[in-house]
Ligand binder design. Structure first.
Ligand code: PLP
Length: 406
């Protein structure tokens, strides 16, 4: 195992600091390292593996399609793209979808689209369009996107950045209303801020944002790259409040944990601004990604993953909240997207997830103080309970743990 780590350290760029485990195999919610040691995955590649490792239907479609037709570019039509786009529109309630590969590309697509809408439809003077974003946002790592991050490390050393972004505090509708100007094209928001530490906004926030955006002729674009496709207990997190945005960005789980597949989905009045040649990507919408993405959307519905996330997420949240530990300062989340906030004076989140690794649970720290739990949605109730026992064992290494009465 240490040989593999040494190779990565010698030849890889040092832009990641992985936990010291070398994974070799996965099945369902479980991963095995090169020594055959088994771990319960409570991260699912930040929601990319929401449907579990090696889902038989997804792997079957991948194999069959890879042998038939994979990449042709968008210079031609393929027999897989149309059905995928149709299903994407059904699932999101949007009129059109623009497929890309990574989440960040989906976000870049949305930014280009809303800016063009601002100039062509709203009548914003050329070069003046603004997008309102939230403090604590995470929308990816391109130079445009990190330019509007509030996280110093994401920006440091990577400027100059493109202008036209105005930050407001997350969860604050009055601040959103104040930030809108005649040049505002859109409000770009995550329904739950994942990377910021699983930050859930006040109830009614997105619905309120929708009302404000409607009143002010501003587009509402929701980044569901992490929260979408069942993760929070609904197919889309916006369904918790019956929100109707103008655009939705999907990614991660859309590729079934097998491929990078993302999409920007929008209303006709918004997406209609694109003309041939305005935007594209060699791999976006390729037949292989389209076939797997379509099957991922089918599996999501047929195997009721959103319902599983709702009930198992409630179980995990309740059992974690029942653990009384001086180390834990908060437990929060929605569906199977849960954050355990730790007292940094007692343990860093990084040290805690390394302890969890020793106990057979894979998780990841975020923001120094939060361990996040977002297992594949195929996880069972017994596996959730097993994880809670391991989390309790890990917490015991830092102080006593009592079970609170439920
Ligand atoms: N948007 C959100 C909400 C995300 O959580 C992420 C990744 O974590 C992204 C966008 C970027 O996705 P990708 O890493 O595929 O570019």
């Amino acid at each position: 195992m240490s040989d593999m780590i040494a190779l990565e350290l010698q030849y890889g760029a040092t832009n990641y600091a992985p936990l010291p485990v070398v994974l070799a195999r996965g099945e369902g919610a479980w991963l095995w390292d090169t020594d055959g040691q088994r771990y319960l995955d409570m991260l699912s590649a930040y929601s990319a593996v929401s449907f579990g490792y090696g889902h038989p239907r997804l792997v079957a479609v991948l194999r069959e399609q890879a042998g038939r037709l994979a990449v042709t570019s968008r210079a031609f039509h393929s027999d897989r793209l149309g059905p995928f786009l149709e299903r994407l529109c059904e699932v999101t309630g949007m009129d059109r979808a623009l497929p890309m590969s990574t989440g960040a590309e989906g976000v870049e697509t949305a930014i280009k689209c809303v800016r063009k809408w601002a100039y062509r439809v709203k009548g914003v003077p050329d070069g003046k369009a603004e997008v309102i974003v939230c403090a604590g946002n995470f929308h990816g790592r391109t130079s445009t996107i990190v330019g509007f991050s509030s996280e110093a490390q994401y920006r440091e050393g990577f400027g100059p950045f493109s202008g036209g972004f105005r930050p407001v505090p997350f969860g604050d509708l009055a601040a959103l209303e104040r930030a809108i100007t005649p040049n505002t094209a859109a409000f770009l928001v995550e329904p739950v801020q994942g990377e910021a530490g699983i930050v859930v906004p006040p109830d009614g926030y997105l619905k309120g944002a929708e009302r404000i955006c409607r009143e002010k002729n501003v587009l509402l674009v929701v980044d569901e790259v992490q929260t979408g496709l069942g993760r929070t207990g609904k197919v889309l997190a916006i369904h918790h409040e019956d929100v109707h945005p103008d655009g939705i960005i999907l990614g991660k789980a859309l590729g079934g944990g097998l491929l990078p597949v993302s999409a920007f989905c929008a209303k006709e009045s918004v997406m209609g601004v694109f003309r041939p040649g305005d935007h594209g990507s060699t791999f976006g919408g390729n037949a292989l990604g389209a076939a797997v993405g379509l099957e991922a959307l089918n599996v999501l519905h047929e195997e009721k993953f959103a319902e599983r996330a709702a009930s198992l997420g409630a179980r995990l949240l309740e059992r974690l909240r029942a653990l009384a530990s001086p180390v834990v300062t908060d437990v929060r989340g929605k569906g199977l997207l849960i954050g355990l906030e730790l007292d940094p004076a007692r343990v860093s989140a990084r040290a805690f997830v390394e302890t969890l690794l020793k106990h057979g649970v894979l998780s990841k720290d975020t923001h120094g103080t939060v361990a996040r739990f977002a297992p594949p949605l195929v996880i069972t109730a017994e596996e959730v309970d097993w994880a809670v026992e391991r989390i309790r064992d890990a917490l015991r290494e830092y102080g006593p743990v009592y079970e609170k009465a439920a």
